[in-house]
Design a protein around this ligand. Structure first.
Ligand code: SF4
Ligand code: SF4
Length: 297
């Protein structure tokens, strides 16, 4: 089921159609065309699970497919930024690059962003466009902070005699790109099933907070990065998607809530508290919210 309500800045929920017909608050939180675009982006009219839906937690996708839910239109704006970037690229493919085509197989469907000569004259390059945070980019680029000793010691206070340290950025860490790699590899498989040869894969990631000091502190100094994505075996990818598609189909058939999403799918509970569209209908998400409220007093 698509989202049926918007959450106003004061937390009140309003049916999307009522909001579009007339704001129930003193003033609109966004222009009407922006709200219309947000509403349209929420209902893609797809009943079968897509590649991105199967990468998310099975419980989250189950709840989004089977229950009504409310979304904060301001939080959906980031997804709209992503769509705007897609449109900019789509208008400049010069007839030799394929873009935004939905391909399907027995397990799922997925819409790749760009395929063809997207880097240079080499054919068969698959690209995906992301608009993301400096935190996620820092992780994706393998940047991390290390505490090193400065050679000085504290001369007074509780830490007297202890060595002073400072944080330095390192650029040789593990690149956390697994979700992006799984997504792109499935698009690769879909393209190969359709008869194309995919030679290389890349993510073009645009940083949405690149002008902030926190981004520079995370080692993110440019607004856009191109990140190579490696091939994952077809067998692994297909098993992963088959497994999740089966769990989801069974849950929908039996009308049975799937197990709690994994810690990684829940972003260690951060998603459950603020970002998961299924959280209102998820007992785990509700429990976390209650615990957070009681801690806040
Ligand atoms: S415009 Fe914003 S504040 Fe007004 S009803 Fe819609 S969501 Fe609520
Ligand atoms: S609230 Fe958390 S556990 Fe529940 S569906 Fe969302 S991500 Fe999964």
């Amino acid at each position: 089921m698509p989202a049926t309500k918007f959450i106003c800045p004061n937390g009140q929920k309003v049916p999307i159609a009522s909001c579009l017909a007339g704001c129930i608050q003193d003033e609109r939180c966004m222009f009407l065309p922006t709200l219309r675009a947000v509403a349209k982006s929420l209902d893609r009219g797809l009943t079968e699970p897509t590649v991105t839906e199967l990468i998310a937690g099975v419980r989250e996708t189950y709840l989004k497919k089977t229950s009504n839910y409310a979304v904060d239109p301001q939080s959906v704006l980031y997804a709209l930024h992503g769509q705007a970037v897609h449109t900019i690229n789509e208008n400049h493919t010069e007839g030799e690059i394929l873009s935004e085509i939905r391909l399907q197989d027995k397990i799922t469907s997925g819409k790749f962003d760009l395929f063809g000569k997207i880097i240079d004259e080499e054919e068969g390059v698959l690209g995906d466009l992301k608009v993301t945070s400096s935190y996620k980019l820092m992780k994706a680029l393998g940047i991390y902070k290390e505490e090193i000793e400065t050679g000085e010691v504290y001369k007074s206070g509780l830490r007297k005699g202890q060595p002073k340290t400072r944080k330095v950025l390192r650029y040789d860490g593990v690149r956390f790109v697994m979700d992006w790699a799984i997504q792109l590899n499935y698009y690769r498989i879909l393209l190969e099933q359709a008869g194309f040869t995919v030679k290389r894969m890349f993510i073009q990631a645009m940083c949405r907070d690149s002008s902030l000091r926190t981004a520079a502190e995370r080692g993110i100094t440019r607004p856009v990065y191109i990140i190579p994505i490696h091939k994952i075996s077809d067998c692994w990818i297909q098993r992963y998607f088959q497994h999740k598609a089966k769990l989801l189909a069974k849950a929908i058939e039996n009308k049975h809530l799937p197990p709690v999403c994994t810690a990684k799918e829940r972003w260690n509970d951060i998603k459950c508290l603020s970002y998961c569209d299924g959280r209102e209908n998820c007992p785990y998400g509700q429990q976390l919210r209650l615990e957070q409220e009681s801690k806040a007093g």
